[in-house]
Design a protein around this ligand. Structure first.
Ligand code: V47
Length: 424
């Protein structure tokens, strides 16, 4: 089965809305706080009752978060688009010297950090290409420079793919003991001010898809290693899944299953007790949620962010990309399968604010932040300036029937007075 449903000739039978008795068994298991199986996942993806799937995801989301929905005031910094890789799905990368290639200087980065603070941001989300020539010190200097001018900003920086690249640049990456090099890099970055890792670079945990669409990038085992080491060092991290290109829906479920196994391990390290099947399900009676109070003792996945593939300008431009209903369904399935992830984010930049509002009713509890500059995907021909205001984010959340809560990166509640803020 292909990922996209946009067949021009006939109505899609999977989107006809008929109710499906198979969802009743799934509902019962969810109400008992049990983990859904891969077969359940196949049902969630193959049922024509898409609204039934969304309703189940909403039920789980409300058990975890009630009517709270989170947003933050943040800035994204894409420090360079020069990349040693040439992933087929990516229209962001350039080669050194290509027209449009750029690498930000430390002075430019300091200026970005100052303007983020002036706008009241609590977080800077920092990612870039795998620059073949920048030394390791560029990255530690970058974090230190931001810390100097903006000590209150949380630095959520560098995907697992960048972390491995930095280990290679620093010449500490050894194939026979790769975690040693990863640990070395993360320790040095943490010392320089790294606060957490974003979820990018995961794409789809499948070797066939990897070899066809992003060969050269790290594979799933290495991506998971980076996040495990980060967790061991007490850093919280996020995870993504990039769907709607050449993968099929079952491969998405395998990706989700691998993530939830990794999260079981992370939570077990923090003292959580698995059930008889080895699962740690956050909706099971008596299981506490990894709460902001625990953030001091971090070391787990906070959020899954399903990312819909945007074909424009990429080598996979001939593909249509996922449609709106597929986006809703994938977000709801992620909420239901990833029962040990506290949060599900609808990243409005890629989903649009209108879709993010629908997604809040289908399992999402977070819509990311004010963003401002985003260079990796440009929705509907937008340029890199993609900004929304805190007022708009709150309007979108309220309009979906939820209570907006401004959070910091670690999901602690923020009390704000203009650009001044403190933790509750
Ligand atoms: O890793 C690249 C994806 C990711 C395309 O952790 C594309 O809070 C769609 O990871 N179409 C970067 N997606 C973005 C990311 C992220 C975003 C928001 C919040 C967080 C978080 C993480 O963007 C990349 C890649 O998977 N991407 N090209 C494309 N054409």
């Amino acid at each position: 089965m292909t990922a996209t449903l946009d067949t021009p000739s006939s109505p899609d039978p999977l989107c006809q809305g008929a109710s499906d008795p198979r969802l009743e068994g799934i509902r019962d298991r969810l109400l008992r706080g049990e983990r859904l199986s891969m077969d359940d996942g196949d049902v969630l993806y193959s049922t024509p009752d898409i609204w039934g799937v969304c309703e189940l995801a909403d039920m789980v989301r409300r058990r975890l978060h009630g009517d709270a929905a989170y947003f933050n005031i943040n800035r994204h910094l894409n420090y360079s688009n020069v990349c040693a890789l040439s992933c087929k799905f990516c229209e962001f990368y350039r080669k050194q010297g290509d027209e449009g290639s750029y690498t930000r200087s430390l002075d430019e980065i300091r200026a970005e950090a100052r303007s983020a603070v002036d706008a009241g941001a609590t977080e800077m989300h920092i990612v870039g290409g795998l620059h073949p020539f920048q030394p390791f010190e560029y990255y530690t200097d970058m974090l230190r420079a931001i810390r100097e001018v903006a000590p209150s900003l949380h630095l959520k920086a560098f995907t697992a793919v960048e972390i491995v690249h930095l280990a290679k640049i620093a010449k500490v990456f050894k194939r026979d003991d790769r975690t040693a090099g990863i640990r070395w890099v993360l320790e040095h970055l943490k010392e320089a001010g790294l606060g957490s890792l974003p979820g990018g670079g995961a794409e789809v945990f499948d070797d066939r898809v990897h070899d066809e669409a992003f060969k050269g990038k790290i594979r799933s085992d290495v991506w998971l290693d980076v996040h495990r080491v980060a967790h061991e060092l007490g850093l919280n991290t996020n995870a993504t899944i990039l769907y709607g290109h050449i993968e099929d829906r079952h491969e998405r479920l395998v990706h989700m299953d691998m993530l939830r196994t990794a999260q079981d391990e992370a939570l077990a390290r923090l003292g959580y007790q698995p059930d008889a099947s080895g699962a740690i399900t956050l909706t099971r009676r008596g299981v506490r949620q990894p709460t902001p109070d625990m953030s001091e003792r971090g070391g787990y996945f906070q959020t899954i962010i399903p990312l819909p593939f945007f074909p424009d300008g990429s080598e996979l431009e001939h593909l249509p990309g996922p449609g709106g209903l597929e986006n809703l369904r994938t977000l709801a399935v992620a909420r239901l399968m990833l029962d040990n992830f506290p949060h599900v984010k609808s990243f409005w930049i890629m989903q649009t604010l209108d879709m993010a509002q629908l997604m809040l009713q289908c399992g999402a509890d977070d819509i990311d932040g004010t963003v401002v500059w985003y260079d990796i995907t440009k929705v509907g021909g937008a340029d890199t300036h993609q900004e929304t205001t805190s007022v708009d984010l709150q309007r979108v959340i309220r309009g979906a029937g939820f209570q907006p809560i401004e959070r910091d990166t670690l999901y602690r509640r923020v009390i704000r007075d203009g650009v001044e803020w403190r933790l509750a």
